[in-house]
Design a protein around this ligand. Structure first.
Ligand SMILES: Cc1cc2nc3c(=O)[nH]c(=O)nc-3n(C[C@H](O)[C@H](O)[C@H](O)COP(=O)(O)OP(=O)(O)OC[C@H]3O[C@@H](n4cnc5c(N)ncnc54)[C@H](O)[C@@H]3O)c2cc1C
Length: 385
């Protein structure tokens, strides 16, 4: 194995794989390291993989819009061979209900960047997305609050971006990127943990692995996702950043779409700040439902030590977070009507009663990524000599 490189990338999630590919394209000798056994096996594998453009800054909108063109021309972007299995960009459109990212802030950014959009009223929502209730319920309330079940007190409008959608397999997307990087000479070392950043005169010299070996490199990229704060601490640079990163536990549910929803086709990605959730269609008549982290729900920040066993979670972890089907229940108030149902979380640690829409009566909601984790704002950090 190589003990020198032009650049070392710590982490082989979708960010690390993309960085490795771009660096390798410039002719650098890249080594990519991951403590897990497979490329894209970290938080990337649990992503809802939504491709959207409604960000609150010009940079966010412009970067996401630019990335759309790479997703659309994925084989060409990767220079892949025809027999390679590739991730796909599924264009469903993206509907942003009122109460979500501020329309008065975002639409001028769309105009600047050139992102196409349409403004919809409640009647248009009903027509274009059959089965969707455009009722207004804001502000988001905890599902344990009786007011959560109160009737709508008005109707919502929305804006719609026809070019939004999702990637059908985010882990495969990371593997595609790393395969492309390897074709350009990148070496990937899996099951290897970076435990030290070698420095001299405050300049990076390389990394030290748990196995004891050292890879010398003048450039080290921190693409460690939820662990990025930990890697910054290894380098002793946390004091230099205005933004710190730490992991936030997330839960995403997979539930059957109600009969007739979106005419049985893939519906749009829906950002629902009114109820504090987001959801999107998935294949097989499923909907994927996640939290938009409304103020009424506690955020579950976690200690990076708990991430040492990414999956399955420890029994302690399950017990602590088993009362968390909140996103599904919150989303469930969009379609009507409601009945009581006995449900359980996965993996099973007990059961309880709840109230869900009647179409859920025949199934048990399962947590697709019951203990997946993500970091808010974990930029790739590049140290240069
Ligand atoms: C539930 C959920 C839903 C999401 N939904 C969306 C969405 O719809 N749209 C969207 O754009 N984004 C979404 N995200 C965010 C998106 O998935 C992440 O931004 C992205 O996958 C992060 O990729 P990454 O490469 O930075 O991190 P990761 O995929 O976590 O990769 C980091 C890697 O670094 C490795 N590593 C860490 N420390 C070390 C070390 N010391 N030594 C060696 N290796 C190390 C880890 O093992 C890991 O494999 C979601 C995330 C989650 C969890």
């Amino acid at each position: 194995m190589t003990d020198t490189a032009d650049a070392v990338v710590i982490g082989t999630g979708v960010i690390g794989a993309a960085v490795a590919y771009e660096l390798a394209q410039t002719g650098l000798r890249v080594v990519a390291i991951d403590r897990l056994g497979g490329v894209g096996s970290g938080s990337t594998s649990s992503s809802s993989s939504i491709v959207r453009f409604h960000y609150s800054t010009f940079e966010g909108v412009a970067a996401s819009w630019e990335s759309k063109f790479s997703w659309e021309s994925w084989p060409e972007y990767l220079g892949s061979c025809p027999e390679e299995s590739l991730a796909s960009f599924i264009k469903t459109g993206c509907l942003i209900l009122d109460g979500s990212t501020q329309r008065e802030r975002v639409l001028p950014l769309f105009d600047r960047v050139g992102v196409p959009y349409e403004c919809w009223d409640a009647e248009t929502i009903r027509q274009r997305v059959p089965g969707m209730d455009p009722g207004r319920y804001a502000p988001p309330k905890p599902v344990t609050d009786a007011a959560f079940w109160a009737d709508a007190d008005g109707e919502l409008g929305a804006y719609y971006t026809p070019d939004g959608g999702f990637i059908d397999d985010p882990q495969l997307a990371a593997r595609n990127l790393m395969a492309a990087a390897k074709r350009r000479g990148t070496e990937v070392q899996l099951r290897e943990q970076v435990v030290g950043i070698v420095q001299k005169n405050a300049r990076v010299q390389g990394i030290r692995l748990r196995s004891g070996s050292v890879i010398q490199s003048p450039v080290v990229v921190n693409a460690a996702g939820p662990y990025s704060g930990q890697v910054n601490a290894l380098a002793g640079v946390t004091g230099e950043f205005r933004i710190r990163t730490r992991p936030l536990r997330q839960e995403v549910h997979s539930v059957p779409a109600p009969a007739g929803y979106a005419r049985g086709e893939l519906g749009p990605v829906v950002t629902d700040g009114d109820l504090g959730t987001y959801f999107r269609s998935h294949f097989g008549g499923q909907l994927i439902v996640g939290s938009a982290e409304p103020a009424c729900d506690a955020l579950h920040w976690i200690d990076t030590r708990m991430l040492s066993t990414p999956s399955p979670p420890s029994r302690r972890g399950i017990r602590r977070y088993s009362a968390w089907p909140e996103e599904s229940r919150r989303w469930a108030s969009r379609p009507v009507p409601l009945v009581s149902l006995h449900y359980t979380t996965w993996p099973t640690t007990g059961s309880r009663s709840t109230t869900v829409p009647h179409w859920l009566g025949s199934m048990w909601p399962s947590a697709r990524a019951a203990t997946s984790s993500k970091t808010l704002l974990w930029p790739a950090v590049l140290w240069r000599p």
